[in-house]
Design a protein around this ligand. Structure first.
Ligand SMILES: Cc1cc2nc3c(=O)[nH]c(=O)nc-3n(C[C@H](O)[C@H](O)[C@H](O)COP(=O)(O)OP(=O)(O)OC[C@H]3O[C@@H](n4cnc5c(N)ncnc54)[C@H](O)[C@@H]3O)c2cc1C
Length: 395
């Protein structure tokens, strides 16, 4: 493990600095070789995920009355950033931290009492959410998965794509339509969110999950949903108003993934700086060459700027605001800064960047995806243009 270069502790409390140290300890056994192997074999990092659950980090955002840690989004940001800062893969766990927010904010008292304590204790894992569809992509309003009411159940049919971790989750938060787009008063009306018992659905064949191998070990799947029966009691929020339920989770997701990108970027720079200070070619350290120094320095400045924007967004979110620009701007800047750090690290390691045992090519692959998923930067920029700057809508 490379020594860590200075990264901003701006606005961190003593408790949050202690969280960083606890995460450093948690991550220590999960070294480059551990992640290289899981990546090569496309296997789920069970031991790492178990450790994160066992130490209570996954339930930190659940209020104490339901058995969680009662922490706020800023603490969660510290955890996710530090996991990536140590070269570990936060994508394996992150959704388990914030997906429960839909139940917390929109669930009934009975649903909260039934699910949140079990999610907090780790008895139930809510690691999966199903939004994306083959024919809808970035335009969620065009999803077709449809839920028809039949007595006290919904019967759901449709197809989803890129739905991650279904094999490692007990529950799935599923976005459906209960009114077709063409029959709804506006495109964002007519959605309904259902909490699906995944074990039952997969066992009975009502959901068939087909893994999709991707450039990162992300355990993602195509889902065929056929006559899936979900009790009406499992509906989260009102029928027809599910878009709001899904959207309300997006801000916390963005603050969390942005923090991961910042941690991953600093990790790549930790490695690049260490290597540039050690590797000698032409009789001197490669770090003496400005062609090596400048991209590293630029990426560092970009990461620091993204980090400040992230803290601003997190603060506003924690204060109960709905900071759309700050959250999306931070995601944009952090994903670009991460990519700059990955490119700088790749160039610094030269040919060794391509050798799997160094872990740079794996981190570099992982650094590309955030510009495209969970939301592409094109769509983020369009949102800033339309929503913040008042430019005409392009879609
Ligand atoms: C590894 C992985 C894991 C994922 N996990 C999940 C998950 O667990 N659950 C889930 O629901 N989804 C998940 N996703 C889906 C992810 O959120 C989508 O891939 C992402 O939102 C982009 O949608 P798309 O791939 O259909 O791209 P498309 O919507 O088809 O877009 C293709 C390209 O065109 C661009 N584009 C389209 N329209 C416009 C426009 N009007 N202006 C400018 N550019 C435009 C986009 O920016 C993009 O670059 C995952 C994806 C991946 C790759």
């Amino acid at each position: 493990m490379a020594d860590k270069i200075e990264s901003s502790a701006f606005s961190l409390t003593e408790e949050q600095i202690a969280i960083r140290e606890a995460i450093d300890d948690l991550c220590e056994p999960f070294d480059n070789e551990y992640w290289r192997k899981h990546d090569a074999d496309s296997t789920y990092p069970e031991e790492f995920v178990d450790a994160v659950y066992e130490q209570g980090w996954m339930s930190m955002l659940i209020p104490e009355e339901y058995g969680g840690g009662g922490a706020d989004i800023r603490d969660a940001a510290v955890v996710l950033e530090q996991i990536e800062r140590n070269g570990c893969h936060a994508g394996a766990v992150r959704a388990g931290m914030y997906t429960m927010g839909a139940i917390l904010r929109h669930g009934s008292d009975e649903q909260k009492a039934e699910y949140l304590p079990k999610i907090a204790s780790g008895e139930l894992r809510l690691q999966s959410f199903g939004v994306t569809e083959p024919d809808a992509g970035s335009d969620t309003t065009r999803i077709k998965t449809f839920a028809v009411r039949d007595g006290d159940e919904y019967v759901v049919n449709g197809n989803k794509i890129f739905i991650s971790r279904v094999q490692h989750s007990d529950l799935l938060l599923l976005l459906t339509r209960t009114t077709k787009r063409e029959d709804a008063t506006k495109p964002s009306d007519g959605f309904t969110v259902l909490l699906v018992d995944l074990n039952k659905a997969i066992e009975s064949g009502q959901i068939v999950a087909t893994p999709i191998k991707t450039m990162v070990n992300h355990e993602t799947n195509e889902l065929a949903i056929r006559d899936l029966r979900v009790p009406v009691a499992n509906r989260i929020g009102e029928e027809g108003k599910g878009f709001k339920v899904i959207l309300s989770g997006m801000n916390s997701e963005r603050v969390i993934v942005t923090s991961e990108y910042i941690g991953a970027g600093f990790y790549l720079l930790d490695r690049a700086v260490q290597y540039a200070n050690e590797r000698e070619v032409f009789g001197r350290k490669i770090g003496m060459n400005q062609a090596i120094q400048i991209p590293i320095a630029r990426a560092y400045a970009q990461l620091q700027a993204a980090s400040l924007m992230r803290w601003r967004a997190a603060e506003m979110y924690a204060a109960g605001d709905n900071p759309r620009f700050e959250v999306n701007g931070a995601k944009l800047l952090a994903s670009e800064a991460l990519w700059a750090a990955a490119e700088a690290a790749f160039d610094t390691f030269g040919g060794y960047a391509a050798a799997e045992e160094y872990g740079i090519e794996r981190a570099w692959r992982g650094a590309r995806l955030p510009r495209t998923a969970p939301i592409s930067n094109n769509i983020v920029l369009a949102g800033i243009a339309h929503g913040t700057l008042g430019l005409p809508k392009s879609f």
